[in-house]
Design a binder for this molecule. Structure first.
Ligand code: UDP
Length: 337
């Protein structure tokens, strides 16, 4: 039985939404380990089933002493990672250190305490430039940047750990996470902001003049990149389904998590215009490095094997939830109540 779940990086964007869903959809007690480097304490629910531990996942002694020796942790969900692709290209060792070595250290402590289940935040970036669309989880993994490479290294490390030590893991490859919880005041906030939907909504808030569309000569319907935008609450739910699956004896595996629908950058801008009522000027700009034409998830495996279902089925519904958060919190968590 899974009583105590440790969520590493539980104060971040996807982690905080998963903590919230764990309080809604499970009876587990949730332990959050986060160093608040990119997460926010304000996201942590006030509940006697949620315990916050401020610390670094790669600090083996601390994690051993203050987490695994104190509490009998049954499962770990691991969201701590650096995620900025261009930064990973200019500073790969920083990414290997944080994303690979950090995870390795965590797995060592878990092994010492014989923790059986591990849910890992992976990414569509493990595929690089895919040969098929939608992308099946079994497609070739050839990352084109250090960020994707560090996630793939961990996926492979997990496979060997499962064979050697019997660790049960699920590796969840997120496509484009977006949106915000529809009730609680948490949402997406990166500093500086780098992701498409928050950037577009900053234009609607009057914080930017326009949105730059990075390239309109891709091999897609309107020339702009196609991505698969998946609501963060649906992603969060997938973690709970994955843990239930492993706890029932399911075998370790990798899954893609997307909506199965692709939208071009222009279509996303249009959806944001519709939802916000703001004209949102868009300026075509040069391509950004390392962007594949199209990334759309084949999520059938997650649906069939994990029994995962999505609540959000259109980009407009997703943008509505993001817009509510951004309107209420124009400066992110800095002035949030
Ligand atoms: N994009 C854009 N303008 C921006 C930010 C992003 O045109 O200001 C494009 C980007 O090139 C990609 C898509 O929007 O094709 C989604 O980018 P994002 O950084 O949100 O996520 P990624 O797909 O890189 O994970």
């Amino acid at each position: 039985e899974v009583k105590n779940v440790l969520v590493c990086g539980g104060a971040g964007y996807i982690g905080s939404h998963t903590v919230l869903e764990l309080t809604r959809q499970s009876d587990s007690t949730v332990y959050i380990l986060d160093n608040l480097s990119t997460g926010y304490e304000k996201t942590i629910p006030k509940s006697d089933r949620v315990v916050f531990i401020n610390g670094d996942v790669s600090d083996v002694d601390f994690v051993d002493r203050e987490v695994f020796s104190k509490y009998k942790i049954d499962a770990v969900m691991h969201f701590c990672a650096l995620i900025v692709v261009p930064e990973s290209v200019t500073n790969p060792l920083k990414y290997y250190d944080n994303n690979v070595v950090g995870t390795l250290r965590l797995l060592q402590v878990m092994q010492k305490h014989e923790v059986p289940y591990f849910i890992f935040s992976s990414t569509a970036a493990v595929f690089g430039i895919p040969e098929t669309s939608p992308i099946d989880p079994s497609a070739a993994t050839v990352p084109i940047n250090p960020y994707g490479e560090t996630k793939l290294v961990v996926e492979r490390m997990l496979r060997w750990c499962s064979e050697a030590y019997g660790l049960k893991f699920a590796s969840l490859r997120y496509f484009n996470a977006c949106g915000a919880d529809k009730e609680i005041n948490i949402g997406e906030c990166h500093k500086p902001e780098s992701h498409l939907i928050p950037i577009i909504l900053q234009v609607a808030l009057g914080q930017r003049e326009n949105v730059q569309v990075f390239g309109d000569d891709y091999n897609t319907v309107d020339g702009t990149c196609v991505r698969d935008y998946i609501h963060v609450t649906d992603l969060a739910t997938a973690h709970i389904r994955a843990l239930e699956y492993l706890a029932k004896g399911g075998k370790s595996d990798v899954f893609n998590l997307g909506s199965g629908l692709g939208y071009t950058v222009k279509e996303v801008v249009d959806a944001c215009r519709k939802v916000t009522g703001h004209p949102i000027p868009a300026v075509v700009s040069p391509r950004r490095g390392g962007d594949p034409d199209s990334l759309v998830a084949g999520s059938k495996k997650a649906e069939e094997v994990l029994g995962w279902t999505r609540k959000y089925d259109s980009i407009e519904k997703i943008v509505e939830t993001a817009w509510r958060w951004h309107k209420n919190n124009p400066h992110g968590f800095d002035h949030a109540h």
